[in-house]
Design a protein. Sequence first.
Length: 96
Amino acid sequence: MAWGIFNKIKKGLTKTYNAGKKAIGAVAKVARVANDKFIKPALPVIKGLANHFVPGAGTIIEEASDGIDRYTNKDGSANYKAAKNDVRSWARNQWN
């Protein structure tokens, strides 16, 4: 009885994990295309406008664009290894 319930929970978590992985992959592809086609070419203009209204905001926009490059591969798939390493280092810094 207990093993049956455990197996159902395990199958449900596996399905959720796989669906989440597919969703993250789709979001990564959209983010990569948007970054390469729209944000990168207009980055100097976007930074200038952002700095005009809020000093220092252009740096944040540039870092966000670089973050998209870091967490997505060239083919648009998500780079899980980079994200996992960054989360680990962040967690270690929070506890120390």
